[in-house]
Design a protein around this ligand. Structure first.
Ligand code: AN0
Ligand code: CP
Length: 318
């Protein structure tokens, strides 16, 4: 595996989940694979889970890891080509990337959508430059349009907890005070569309996601109706995708905050969120603290999804 940016890079998804469950049973079984190999994790944005779980996954595989926080101590990087660099940016990404590539064997990149220039974001300009110029296998640690390590961990969590062969999974928009990217809901939709689940998306009008991720999924604008009979409730905020409102907040309606009233119409559903979560905006204290809440095991599975991806990148001719 040379890149990991979306669900297709995993190939057979059922096999990938089985591999994840096998890795989880003995996460040190492949320690020899990463011997004398270096993982570089490059962060343009903050992180708790991705930073810790991916580093832990690398350690499980015997790798050495280096973490670079681009905004703390590195030179300020220009990302656009053709710019006269007479401002505060001292270095161009086009030099920085091959230099970073020369010090490592695998690179993970976190680079959120700026939410200002939709074409720049949706062309995955920064992630693709890493793929093109680093000379090394590259994986997304949440880039502009996707967060595939998260969605893979979410799928593993659903597989571990499902009570029926084909559970109903509802992804619901919920309010948030700041404009957030569409990466997490895009990837979750991408994975659910490939998985054996009954997948429904619910959000206020205006929050329609990119069709390339939604594909044939059912979109239901009545949140309560969407949640009826759900086995899993996956909450997430995102900003508008469609023009002319790209990156904007169109609603802060707290009726969409997942509370006990919402959970009551479900099939005693499990509650999921990728974290970090703002309590009593996205979900109430009662729901996130309830026995049905999977947010902690879901975050723990980030170690497993990262380990499968690194293991595949380390395996010669898989
Ligand atoms: C980010 C997002 O919504 O994409 C990261 C989630 C994993 N969340 C925030 O910035 C709060
Ligand atoms: N879910 C997730 O990616 O969390 P972090 O932003 O803390 O890495």
């Amino acid at each position: 595996m040379n890149t990991y940016t979306n669900v297709k890079d995993l190939g057979d998804l059922h096999r990938a989940v089985q591999e994840a469950l096998e890795v989880k049973r003995d996460r040190f079984a492949y320690q020899h694979l990463g011997r004398n190999k270096t993982l570089l994790m490059v962060f343009f944005n903050s992180s708790l889970r991705t930073r810790l779980s991916t580093q832990k996954a690398g350690m499980n595989l015997g790798m050495n890891t280096i973490v670079l926080d681009v905004n703390q101590g590195a030179w300020k990087l220009e990302t656009e080509r053709g710019v006269v660099m007479d401002g505060d940016k001292s270095e161009h990404l086009l030099e920085a990337i091959p230099v970073m590539g020369s010090y490592c064997d695998i690179i993970g990149v976190r680079s959120f959508a700026g939410l200002k220039d939709k074409a720049f974001d949706y062309e995955e300009t920064i992630l693709n430059q890493f793929i093109r110029y680093s000379g090394k296998p590259v994986f997304s640690m949440e880039a502009a349009t996707g967060h595939p390590l998260q969605a893979f961990a979410d799928l593993i969590t659903i597989e571990e907890h499902k009570r029926t062969a084909r559970p109903k999974v509802v992804m619901t928009w919920a309010p948030h005070p700041r404009a957030l990217p569409q990466a997490v809901p895009n990837s979750f939709a991408d994975f659910m569309n490939e998985a054996d689940v009954d997948f429904v998306i619910t959000h206020p009008k205006g929050y329609e996601l990119d069709e390339r991720f939604v594909r044939g999924a059912r979109v239901e604008y009545d949140q309560m109706k969407a949640l009826e009979g759900a086995d899993f409730v996956y909450a997430k905020n995102w900003s508008a995708y469609r023009d002319p409102h790209y990156g904007q907040i169109l609603s802060t309606d707290r009726n969409w905050t997942v509370d006990e009233r919402h959970m009551a119409v479900t099939n005693n559903a499990f509650f999921m969120h990728c974290l970090p979560v703002r309590r009593n905006m996205i979900v109430t204290d009662e729901v996130i603290e309830s026995p049905q809440s999977l947010v902690i095991p879901e975050a723990a599975n980030r170690e497993i999804s990262a380990e499968v991806v690194l293991k595949r990148m380390l395996t010669p001719n898989p």
